[in-house]
Design a protein around this ligand. Structure first.
Ligand SMILES: [Zn+2]
Length: 454
C-alpha cells in the first residue's frame, strides 16, 4: 500500500476541476414542431453524472432513447437530425446549444414526437425553463476536451477550423450572396452569461426563395414568421424587430455550439467558421471525435453509446453478490465475449476516504484490485454456463499501482479474460485508467463456484 502523502502542488493542480452539472428538477417547454406543425411538449429531466445528453421519444411505447453523439447524425438538411437504432429525433441543435451554453453536462430530454418545439427559433425559452429549474453540481469531474493542434474542415460552402485556446471561443463570418445585406462577423468567448445575453435570444433565419417551395410542399408545416426571421430580397420579414443588429451571425454561433455539443463532452478551443452550416459543423465535430477516440481511447465508450452490451447498477446487483459499501463498479460500459469495461466514479463520500488518509484522500490500492476482480467476475458470470454462480477471487499477480486515485476521478476498469474454461478456474488481466493513464494493473485468478458452495 502506498502511504506517502501527496505532493502539495500536484494536489492543487489536480483538484482545480469543474464539476459536472445537471438540472435540479424537471423543466417543460411546449410549442409547435417545425416539420410536423403539430403541438408538442419537451421535458428536460435531471440525469446522473456521465449520463451525457440523451433524447427520449416518450410518444413511442418503449420510450427509446437516442444518445446525442456525432456518430448518430443522420441528416443535416434544415437542422441536425439524430437517429439511433431506427429512432429519429429532428432539429436537436437549439436544445443542445442551450444545454451546452448553460454548462449542463447531463440531461434526459423527453420529446413527445419526432422533434422539439421550434418556439421563436432561438434558445430563449429553453434557457428560461432550465434557469427556472435551477442547476446542480454532480459529484464527478467535467471531462473537457481541448485539442492540442488545429483541426480543419472545408467543403464547397463552409470553412471551419478549431485552434488550441484556453477557453471556448467562437468566431463566425457570414456573407449574403446577391444581397445588399452586409456580411456579419462576431467573436464570443462563451460562458453561461455570454450565452444567455448574447447568443440564446438570436433567432434562426432563412431566405424566402428557399422556404417558399418547402412550405408549399408541406415540408415545414410549423414554419411561420413567429419562428424565424425571413429574408426576402433585401427585406427582413419578422414578427418582432431584430433583437441584435447582427442577429444572424449570432444564430450561426448558436448552431455551431449546438452541433459541436454532439462531441459528447465540453470543448475548449477557438472555433473559426466562415459561412458555417450544419453539415460543416457536424463534419468538424466528427473530426474532433476521431481525435478524442484516438487520444482518450476508452473514454469514448459513452459516446459510442449502445454499440456494446452495457449493464446498469440494477443488473450489476443482480449479477454480483457484493453490496454497498463493497461494490466497486457503478456501470458496465462494454461487455463482450472475453473483455469488459466497467466504470466507477470515485467520490469523497466513499467510506474508505475517512481513514485513508485524513486530509489526504487516496483510494486504497487493494480496493482497486477488488474493482478489477468484481468487473472480471461480472464477465465470467455473464458467460452462459456460469449464470447464477459466484466468481471467487483467488489471487492477484503482477500488481502495480502507478498513480494515486483521488475523489473526482472516474475509473475505467478494463478486464480481459485470458483463460476461462468450463473447468472452473479463470484468469484475467486487468487495468484501471483515469483520463487515459493507467493508475493500476494486475493479473487475477478466480474459481467459479455454486452460490451454496461459496
Ligand atoms: Zn439554428
Amino acid at each position: 500500500m502506498r502511504g506517502l502523502p501527496l505532493d502539495a502542488r500536484w494536489c492543487i493542480k489536480r483538484t482545480m476541476f469543474q464539476y459536472q452539472k445537471t438540472i435540479r428538477k424537471a423543466a417543460e417547454v411546449s410549442g409547435v414542431g417545425l416539420h410536423t406543425g403539430e403541438n408538442t411538449k419537451l421535458t428536460f429531466q435531471p440525469a446522473p453524472a456521465n449520463f451525457g445528453i440523451r433524447f427520449a421519444r416518450v410518444d413511442l411505447s418503449a420510450r427509446p432513447t437516442v444518445i446525442a453523439a456525432a456518430n448518430h447524425v443522420r441528416d443535416t438538411e434544415r437542422g441536425t437530425t439524430l437517429a439511433q437504432d431506427g429512432v429519429v429525433v429532428q432539429t436537436v441543435e437549439h436544445v443542445l446549444a442551450t444545454l451546452a451554453g448553460m454548462g449542463i453536462d447531463n440531461c434526459l430530454v423527453e420529446v413527445e414526437g419526432p422533434e422539439p418545439p421550434i418556439l421563436d427559433g432561438s434558445c430563449r425559452e429553453f434557457a428560461n425553463a432550465l434557469t427556472t429549474a435551477g442547476l446542480e453540481n454532480l459529484n464527478a469531474k467535467r471531462n473537457v476536451f481541448a485539442p492540442q493542434a488545429p483541426i480543419f474542415y472545408q467543403n464547397q460552402v463552409s470553412s471551419m477550423v478549431i485552434l488550441p485556446c484556453d477557453r471556448l471561443r467562437i468566431s463566425c463570418s457570414i456573407q449574403f450572396p446577391n444581397q445588399r445585406l452586409e456580411s456579419q462577423h462576431l467573436t464570443v468567448d462563451m460562458d453561461e452569461e455570454v450565452f444567455a445575453k448574447e447568443i440564446a435570444p438570436a433567432r434562426t433565419f432563412c431566405f424566402y426563395e428557399e422556404v417558399k417551395p418547402l412550405m408549399d410542399s408541406g415540408l415545414i408545416k410549423g414554419g411561420s414568421l413567429e419562428c424565424a426571421v425571413v429574408i426576402k430580397n433585401d427585406e427582413i420579414l419578422s414578427k418582432e424587430a431584430l433583437r441584435f443588429r447582427d442577429e444572424f451571425v449570432r444564430h450561426k454561433i448558436l448552431d455551431i455550439l449546438g452541433d459541436v455539443a454532439l462531441l459528447g463532452q465540453p470543448l475548449q478551443g477557438h472555433i473559426m467558421a466562415v459561412r458555417p452550416g450544419h453539415a460543416a459543423n457536424i463534419a468538424l465535430t466528427q473530426k474532433l471525435l476521431a481525435v478524442v477516440k484516438k487520444k482518450h481511447g476508452t473514454q469514448a465508450y459513452r459516446m459510442e453509446g449502445t454499440t456494446y452490451e452495457q449493464m446498469d447498477i440494477e443488473e450489476l446487483l443482480n449479477t454480483l453478490p457484493h453490496r454497498y459499501p463493497f461494490i466497486m463498479v457503478d456501470r458496465v460500459l462494454k461487455l463482450e465475449d472475453t473483455s469488459i469495461v466497467g466504470l466507477k466514479n470515485v467520490t469523497i463520500n466513499e467510506p474508505f476516504f475517512q481513514g485513508h488518509f485524513p486530509g489526504h484522500p487516496v483510494m486504497p490500492g487493494v480496493l482497486q484490485v477488488e474493482a478489477m476482480a468484481q468487473v472480471a467476475g461480472i464477465l465470467m458470470l455473464k458467460k452462459g454456463e456460469n449464470t447464477g454462480k459466484i466468481a471467487y477471487f483467488l489471487s492477484a499477480d503482477k500488481v502495480k499501482f502507478r498513480k494515486p486515485v483521488i475523489p473526482g476521478d472516474t475509473l475505467l476498469i478494463e478486464v480481459e479474460l485470458t483463460r476461462a474454461r468450463a473447468n472452473k478456474i479463470g484468469r484475467a488481466r486487468g487495468r484501471i485508467l483515469v483520463e487515459n493513464e493507467i493508475v493500476s494493473e494486475a493479473e487475477l485468478m478466480f474459481s467459479i463456484m455454486d452460490r451454496e458452495a461459496a
